[in-house]
Design a protein around this ligand. Sequence first.
Ligand code: HEC
Ligand code: HEC
Length: 380
Amino acid sequence: MGFQHRIALLLFTLLAVAMGCSRPDDSPLVEEGAVRLPALPDEPFAYSEMGFPDLWLNDPALQLFGGFGDEIEITDAGATLGRVLFHDVQLSADNTVSCGTCHQQEFAFADSAPGSMGISGHVLHRNTPGLFNLRYQRRLFWDLRVVGLVNQVLQPIGHPDEMGMSLDALPDKLAALPYYPALFEQAFGDPFIHLDRITDALIQFLRSIRSTSSRYDQGLADGFASFTESELLGKSVFFRSDTRCNQCHSGLNFFATQPFINGLEVDYGQAGDGGIGDLTGDPADDGRFKTVSLRNVGLTAPYMHDGRFSTLREVVDFYSDGIQPHPFLDERLSDNGIGPAGQEPYRLELSEAERQGLVDFLHTFSDTVMVTDPALSSPF
Ligand code: HEC
Ligand code: HEC
């Protein structure tokens, strides 16, 4: 820390004491010796220079989806702070759970269990989604109930089943840890810790998680020269006019901003989770869920909003033969793919080779760079 910074910190501390917002000395929030320190590089990672490739930025469909939160500037120090916050168990009430406990880098920031467990020990009823390419996600959660990361990132911290931390107490708790004041100062110019700054730093980190380098992307560049016969077969099945996978999981990010009903149940509400239908009460929304990106899907098992399928083969078998006759089933999952919702589901009856091909093709979306990138990994 430079001399000027130290003076600034001292002045700030005096000011904080004068304003009565520091904690009395006899009630330390952090016990000595119990705290693990983050190991950070001397030179911060260059988050501000990482970005989406031009192919993505110039893609008309993605441009249509927008660049949500682009007004938040990503700085090296801001995303560094966000990285520490994301992986820090100190953000939970009992210092056992971080965002990264459920959103694990090796699984593309998803969880390998159908339901994750936070500090309460209750299993969450929805599967933890992977986190990447959030620039293109305006609405969040499986039922899209929250608009914008700015309204999302503090929710798991305060949630009694996730991190159970009092948001009122959080800034003081972080201020009492040895590493945060300096990290906030580097990110924001002074060491003042406030929920808005925690939000901002977490968003900078989340927005730095980008997934654009997979074998599929390499294939786009080299005409799929390295694809196996099975992967090529799977690719043709995925883009075929009878399966229509790409009509919902579309574009470079293999997702849609609209939610759809893909026929996992005849009656989702009855089965326990009506998705958007539970929010609107409209039967036409029963089982309407976010059309998640298929990027990294080979890493994010299990699958669907409740993690009901443990393998991609089960997912493929479901789309081939198991779609349920839901009264508002999306028309793309019927034989002719047009007309009113709620038609009889298609029965693709894919061959063994086609099923295996589809599974192999979905695995080409795995981004091995992102899941090992030290700039995104836990510093603890
Ligand atoms: C105990 C497990 C758990 C913890 C801890 C946790 N999450 Fe999550 N996260 C989930 C689950 C489950 C969902 C999906 C919930 C839903 O859709 O209703 C989710 C959803 C999200 C989403 C929305 C993704 C999307 O595509 O819609 C974001 C963003 C997110 N979490 C960020 C965070 C951040 C940031 C933290 C830490 C401050 C965090 N999570 C902590 C389990 C967890
Ligand atoms: C009508 C739109 C639509 C079509 C067509 C469609 N999907 Fe989906 N897909 C969805 C929705 C919506 C979900 C999430 C459903 C849920 O969890 O309740 C989903 C989920 C998935 C998942 C699980 C992702 C995860 O992370 O849990 C996979 C894998 C998948 N689809 C693959 C495919 C394949 C392969 C095809 C073609 C055979 C296909 N989809 C066709 C809308 C569609």
